[in-house]
Write a protein that binds this ligand. Structure first.
Ligand code: ARG
Length: 723
């Protein structure tokens, strides 16, 4: 009891103090507010009304006086800030004496505010966020607000994951097993089985100690189809599921139409990936191997960015090493400054070839080259200037190729950047007893592998030392989750050695962070390359040839096309990249120009053409924006269901492609989506369909177009609207 008395006394004390502090401020405001009389008329009655309701409460009535005063004080306050100040002051007091009345006061205050400022508190702000998270209702779909369609306000969803968890949930309630155990068991049965998902019951048989066929049978009886789950039927030891793709479409299509980044996610949020790619060697022409690294690496960068990672694309140029000693010697002996300015690639190549030809006869040249590189490493001014010249001319040439290919890097840190850091690597390795001298080389011994040489007697640092320094630098500077090395498979064992050595040196956790994204050889119809013998295929020649061929094809297929040159470039380069990216990177690629440029079959131009066809349907129908309303219940043809299913698979495909660093998953995906779309379009009318069907099919065409464009973009391939 003393507590109660205490509280009352405190309250009295407080109320005695409060009005004096509060009154002054509100009165000023009140007078100020009273000026517009009309407003005041509206202003008072609701406050009284609410107070009357408040008074009904017995407990509140007990403290009526104090409360009333405070109500006045608060009600008259127009500015939110001050109200906040008062309540803040109260909050800081140790005991809540009149908690409930204050709640009432707040309510009154809020109500009052709405009444007093009817125009200033428009419902605009509130309803919008409230509506957004509402999942799209099953067919018919109504998208009313066009603005919302265009703004990427909805976080794109992975519908396959949703379907799987719905199936797992049904199995879980029928079997009592945990749905997280079931999800990984769900399979995509092969085409022709007539099912969308299948649950093999063998694993369950072990835990449930029951015949898997019986499990499938029993579960099928226990699962009641509803929503997106159309049917669960047993097939031997499998439980097959059929999905109602119309129901899925009701959520999926609006999701694609509203969000241009459908398929993206926040998977990589807060994580960094470094991609070491392209990395040609200066003073040499870029090889086809570097073209593969460029195309694959660029696609990996795009995919990871799409998934929310911070991506650092690094061009680890080969701009340091004995070969520059050779170039310097050759240039001094046989170089033509004019030729070097005019056609740097040809001149540097000529010098490179001449050096190797002559060195075969005169081995002293090699010694001279070693000496020249030593002087370069020691910072000789004249040598450095020559090196800089080669480096700048080469970079300018590479830049041309990258521009043609539409490839960008975040950094161009060549090997030369790491020279001094590489010397520290050597000191550290010696100090920590990680490295030891063996004959005239410093080596790091590795378990089950050939030791890695990190220094030769005549070179301060070598390729591997600079790679180790780069790992240390990248790990410290970017704290990446992974560093991807997009390097040909001929460097497989070298990469393994470097990764193991980096682990020994403590730059990375052994077996983590570093991944060699290896790829096979690429051969062009022109034949195999050998820079030393001067048998090279210059990349810009390859590109211009493929673009010319694309232009010729376009001239035959669509002679009236506007902007033919630009489209030819997009198609030619698209063909080249697609041929590279559509096969598992481990495999070798053989180019056949006619094949990769045909607008049919598994080629870049075929996918681009399908995208352009979808665009042309929309153009012909003068359809600029996706329809606001459409009924997905009208998607009755199995061809349409197949497209819906394919569209739903996009997010999962992108995530897997990034995880495995395999762009061909995406290439295969866009190819099969394009095929399904062409089959649909050949047999089902879109623009000539009845009004309702037309709307739904147009939404489907729009969705396919968007996803094809996104998919091609992840491969670094342009999607022209006409071709
Ligand atoms: N410049 C090297 C070459 O042409 C490729 C470099 C790959 N990246 C690396 N960090 N080692 O063979």
């Amino acid at each position: 009891m003393p507590k109660k008395r205490n509280r009352k006394a405190k309250a009295r004390r407080r109320h005695g103090r409060l009005p004096s502090t509060i009154r002054k401020r509100p009165r000023k405001k009140a007078r100020h507010l009273r000026k517009p009389p009309a407003k005041r008329v509206h202003h008072k009655p609701p406050a009284r009304k609410t107070r009357r309701t408040a008074i009904k409460d017995r407990r509140r009535r007990l403290k009526k006086k104090g409360v009333k005063r405070r109500l006045h004080a608060r009600i008259r306050k127009p500015a939110r800030k001050k109200t906040h100040k008062i309540s803040h002051a109260k909050v800081s007091r140790p005991r809540k004496v009149s908690h409930k009345p204050r709640e009432v006061q707040k309510r009154i205050h809020r109500k009052h505010a709405v009444v007093r400022r009817p125009k200033r508190v428009p419902p605009k702000r509130h309803p919008r966020p409230a509506k957004r998270p509402v999942p799209p209702t099953p067919a018919p779909v109504q998208i009313v607000d066009r603005r919302r369609q265009q703004t990427p306000s909805i976080q794109p969803k992975d519908f396959i994951r949703e379907i799987k968890s719905r199936i797992a949930g049904a199995v879980s309630s029928a079997s009592g097993l945990d749905s997280t155990e079931i999800i990984p068991l769900l399979e995509r049965p092969p085409e022709g089985i007539g099912a969308d998902f299948a649950l093999p019951c063998f694993t369950l048989a072990r835990t449930m100690k029951k015949d898997p066929r019986l499990i499938a049978m029993d579960l099928s009886h226990a699962i009641a189809p509803s929503g997106l789950l159309k049917e669960a039927k047993p097939a031997g030891a499998y439980l097959n599921f059929l999905v109602d793709w119309n129901v899925v479409a009701a959520g999926l299509l609006p999701s694609i139409l509203r969000n241009s980044r459908y398929g993206s996610s926040r998977l990589g949020e807060g994580k960094t990936i470094v991609v070491d790619f392209s990395s040609p060697n200066i003073a040499k022409p870029m090889s086809v191997g570097h073209l593969r690294s460029t195309t694959i690496g660029d696609s990996l960068c795009r995919m990871h960015r799409f998934l929310g990672y911070r991506v650092i694309g690094d061009n680890h140029l080969g701009d340091w090493g004995t070969q520059f000693g050779k170039m310097i010697v050759a240039y001094r002996k046989w170089g033509h400054p004019d030729k070097l300015e005019k056609s740097p690639v040809e001149e540097m190549l000529r010098l490179y070839v001449k050096f190797h030809e002559d060195a075969e006869v005169d081995p002293k040249l090699e010694d001279e080259a070693r000496l020249a590189f030593k002087r370069l490493e020691d910072g000789d001014k004249e040598h450095l200037e020559l090196w800089k010249k080669f480096s700048e001319l080469s970079k300018a040439e590479f830049g041309k190729v990258y521009r043609l290919l539409g490839v960008k890097f975040d950094m161009w840190l060549g090997e030369s950047f790491y020279d001094s850091m590489a010397k520290e690597v050597i000191e550290q390795a010696l100090k920590n007893n990680v490295a030891k001298w063996s004959e005239h080389a410093l080596i790091i011994e590795l378990e089950g592998q050939v030791p890695l040489i990190i220094r030769k007697s005549d070179e301060a640092t070598v390729y591997s030392t600079r790679d180790l320094a780069a790992i240390n630098y990248r790990m410290k500077k970017f704290r990446p989750e992974r560093i991807l090395y997009v390097v040909g498979s001929e460097q497989k064992s070298y990469m393994e050695q470097v990764f193991a050595a980096a682990g020994k040196l403590g730059y990375v956790k052994p077996g983590q962070n570093l991944a060699h994204v290896q790829f096979g050889m690429m051969s062009l119809p022109e034949g195999k390359m050998s820079t030393r013998k001067g048998r090279v295929v210059l990349l810009d020649h390859v590109i211009s040839e493929v673009v010319d061929l694309a232009e010729k094809t376009i001239m035959i297929k669509n002679p009236e096309l506007k902007g033919r040159k630009k489209v030819a470039q997009e198609v030619g380069i698209g063909a080249l990249k697609y041929a590279d990216l559509s096969r598992d990177r481990i495999k070798d690629v053989r180019f056949d120009w006619d094949e990769i440029l045909s607008f049919e079959g598994d080629t870049g131009p075929y996918v681009q053409y399908t995208h352009a066809r979808a665009c042309s349907i929309l153009r012909k129908g003068k359809i600029k924006a996706p329809p606001e309303r459409f009924d997905t219940g009208l998607l009755k043809d199995p061809k349409e269901a197949l497209i819906i299913r394919k569209l739903a698979e996009f997010p999962e495909t992108v995530a897997r492609a990034a995880e495995d660093c395999k762009p061909h998953y995406i290439a295969n995906y866009v190819f099969s989506l394009a095929t399904l779309f062409n089959e649909f379009y050949q047999s089902i009318p879109v623009l000539k369909a009845k009004r309702a069907e037309r709307g739904t099919r147009v939404a489907l065409v729009f969705s396919v177009r968007n996803v094809l464009k996104s998919g091609l973009d992840l491969l670094g391939i342009e999607a022209p609207e006409e071709m």
